[in-house]
Each structure stands twice: as C-alpha cells, then as structure tokens.
Write a protein that binds this ligand. Structure first.
Ligand SMILES: *Cc1c(COP(=O)(O)O)cnc(C)c1O
Length: 431
C-alpha cells in the first residue's frame, strides 16, 4: 500500500508517512485506495484480532508488515466495551479505558509503537535522536506522553500554555520522567503551536534533532481509530444481523473520519452523525455548502474547540462531490447550555455520567426524530471519562465523580516541568 498527499503530488510508504506526519508541502497523506472488506468474511472476534485483520492491507509491503500483530497487541492493550443502554436501540462505545482515559490513547499508543519499532529496525543509521514536539491544550499531550514514555530512541517535548489547562490535566502532562519533558509556556495555546511549527523549519534545531509531530493528522493515529468502529459494527452485526448507525463527537474530525473510512471499507455501518460543540463549522458547511473555517471559541467540550478541522481535507478527498457528501453524513451543533443539561438529565434518566464531549453525542441522539431513532440501533462514541472534566461534570450532577484507577495512578505521581518563553531561541536552548 502506498500513501499519497491529498493533492496527489507526494507518494510514500506507510512508515515514512507516519514518521513524517505530514507531506513536504503541508498536505495530508491518505491511502492510495481504501481496502474493501466483506462482513461475512471477517473472522476476528477480539479487538486485537479485528485490528490485525483491518490494518493488514494498510501494512502490505511495509517493512513493519511482520510486526503488525505485536504492534496491535501493544496498542490495543485496554478494553473498548460496547455497552447496550436500550435493547436493540442505543449503545455506548466506551473509548476511555486507556491510560489517560480518553480515546486519544488508542491513536497515540499505536503511533508510539510504530515509531519505536521503525526506530529499532532502521534508526541507528541516523545519529540525531528522534524528538516528538507536541503543543497541547490538554488531552493530546497526556495521551502522547503516556504512549511514548519509556520507549527507546524517542524523546518527547510537550508544550502547554500556562494557566490554560486544568489542574488535573496539568498533572497528567507533568508526571513523567525519562524521555518525556514538559514545558509550561509563558503564552497561549496558539503560541505553543506556533513555536512547534517554527521548530520544524529551524536549521539549528534540525541539525541536532530529527523532529516529528504526533498530532491528530498523523496517519499513525487515524488508522487504529478505524479499528474500534469496525469492531463495534461487527460485534453488533453478528448479534443482530443489521448495520449499526454511529454518532461521533467531533472536533478535528479524526475520530469521525475513521468511522467514515470504516464504512467506506465495507464495514456494516449505517448512518454517521457528527456532534460538535458551538464550533459549528461542519454543521454550517453541510447546510450551506460554503466551507468557512474560523477561529475557535471556548466551550465546555474543550477538546472539540476547533474552528478549522484539519481532517476535512481528507474527507473532501474521499467524497469530493458536495451533494454526495451531504447525503453521507449529518452534523449537529450542541451549545454549552445543552451540554450541561444533557449531563444532568442523563445522570437521572439513563443513570450515566458523561464527559462534556460525550454529552454532545447523546444530545444529538435525543434530538433525532423518533422514527429515525427507532429505525436503527445507534452507537454513541464516549470519548473521555467524566473524571477528566470533574469541574463541569460535578457541577452538573451535584455529585463527586469517581476517578478510574489508571487516572488515579497518574495523579499520585510526582510532577516536574520546566518554564519556557514562547521564543524559538529559548526552545533551541532547551532541546
Ligand atoms: C480530541 C477529542 C475529541 C475530538 O476528536 P477529533 O478526532 O478531534 O474530532 C472529542 N472528545 C475528546 C474527549 C477528545 O479528547
């Protein structure tokens, strides 16, 4: 399998596409063709077995092809249960049982496993250490740090904005040692991102380091996300003999695009509904036909505060025709008041506690016409554990949210981090 940039100019293999993160001209890589599966021919039952089966064609011809089973066992080392809430009508796919309690653990762990393995196989002919730079406003940095911690040949530098992450998030960013270093940047998230961007074109830094990015546009994060959509759809199909429809809370469109790819690959997925927060660039596009990226605004579902979702480029590449695109997905914006209300209501009515992101998904479900809710089984993706957003959630339900063990373990570790000015000269000195 080869990978091409969305403008068709650059072509490369899987490992190169993953290690580069982005094509030389700034475009994103997509598979030259999506593989096709037939549900009745798929055999895997467990998450790991399905992972190997689904990802195999993507690894065809790569020097990591023989390592695929090991990579999948490494990355999918926690459960992703599909829990039925209303028999034959509504289920929740719990993506938050990983080490940092958000779905980003899946992609980050797979990416880290691939990078480490490719370093072990080829890395020794380059003396410069591989350094991953991540700017984070919360969830991504923790997942990446946890996934890369202790892996050989790779260092990670995390840049987070001072005063803009919650205390619990900050703890998850700063509780690492060894190959992970966290920097508290005296600036905004945008400044952190700009700093990372300028490092990639800084000759002094590039002389000493091989740089890579671990953000959500990396194929190494996207591909494993197709796996749990595939697995959930197969588990449902084998039990009920019908495709399930999916609702995916959406920011940068990484999770939802993986679901759309899985359906395009022949998996038994019916409708796909995206829920956004008040950053409603995708819902607006689907209703007007005008693609108008904008600055993001802050909402309660902060990990979805994206005004210019990068993966839209890949969706346009998959479905260039607007009316076809509009026929294949829907998207609904859910504002902060509705998020709060959904968390409070579902605590009472469904006996469930959602994080603010997951709440947008259930809100989108509840506002579908009854006829459509009845016409299929719907699976809502739960993207994070509510204990990560305890301020908002505990306020809405009036109770303390229990912290899962994995998260609790991190929160008891000592923290360490360094201060950084948002200047390229400061970053040069630190690296
Ligand atoms: C990142 C994130 C999202 C948004 O996912 P995208 O792939 O960016 O669309 C939703 N919920 C949580 C908890 C997240 O961390």
């Amino acid at each position: 399998m080869q990978y091409i940039s969305t403008n068709g100019i650059h072509q490369t293999d899987l490992v190169n596409a993953i290690n580069q993160g982005i094509a030389p001209d700034g475009r994103l890589y997509v598979p030259e063709v999506l593989p096709r599966f037939s549900p009745s021919k798929l055999q895997g039952e467990s998450l790991t077995e399905i992972a190997v089966e689904i990802l195999k064609p993507f690894f065809a011809g790569s020097f990591l092809e023989d390592s695929l089973i090991t990579l999948c066992e490494d990355a999918f080392n926690f459960s992703i249960p599909l829990e039925e809430l209303e028999r034959g009508k509504l289920s929740v796919l719990e993506l938050f049982h990983g080490p940092t309690a958000a779905f980003k653990d899946v992609g980050a762990r797979f990416l880290a496993a691939v990078m480490e393995r490719s370093f072990e196989k080829t890395g020794f002919n380059d003396k410069r250490p591989l350094t991953i730079l991540v700017a984070t406003s919360g969830d991504t940095g923790g997942a990446v740090a946890s996934a890369f911690h202790g892996r050989s040949g790779i260092r990670v530098a995390i840049l987070f904005p001072r005063g803009q992450v919650s205390p619990r998030q900050k703890h998850q960013l700063t509780c690492w040692d060894g190959n992970i270093t966290a920097y508290e940047v005296n600036g905004t998230f945008d400044q952190c991102q700009a700093l990372v961007k300028s490092a990639f074109s800084d000759e002094c830094i590039l002389k000493e380091h091989r740089l890579s990015a671990a953000n959500s546009i990396n194929l190494g994060r996207l591909l494993p996300q197709t796996v749990y959509h595939a697995a959930a759809s197969m588990w449902h199909w084998r039990k009920h003999g019908s495709p399930a429809s999916f609702i995916v809370p959406t920011g940068n469109l990484g999770n939802a695009l993986a679901c759309i790819w899985a359906r395009a690959m022949g998996l038994p997925i019916g409708e796909i509904v995206l829920s956004t927060n008040s950053n409603q660039v995708i819902p607006d596009f689907l209703s007007t036909g005008q693609w108008q990226p904008r600055h993001s605004i802050q909402t309660l579902a902060s990990a979805m505060d994206v005004g210019d979702p990068s993966n839209m480029e890949r969706l346009f590449n998959l479905i260039p025709d607007f009316s076809e695109l509009r026929g294949s997905i829907e998207a609904y914006p859910i504002d902060d008041a509705a998020i709060r209300k959904q968390i409070a209501d579902d605590f009472v009515n469904r006996g469930k506690i959602w994080c603010p992101h997951t709440a947008t998904g259930f809100r989108a479900y509840d506002q579908l016409p009854l006829k459509r809710r009845k016409a299929a089984t719907w699976i809502v993706a739960a993207t994070a554990h509510p204990a990560k957003f305890e301020n908002i959630v505990e306020n809405a339900i009036g109770e303390i949210v229990e912290i899962p063990e994995s998260l609790q373990n991190l929160l008891t570790l000592p923290t360490r981090y360094q201060q950084l000015e948002p200047k390229i000269t400061s970053l040069r000195n630190e690296l």
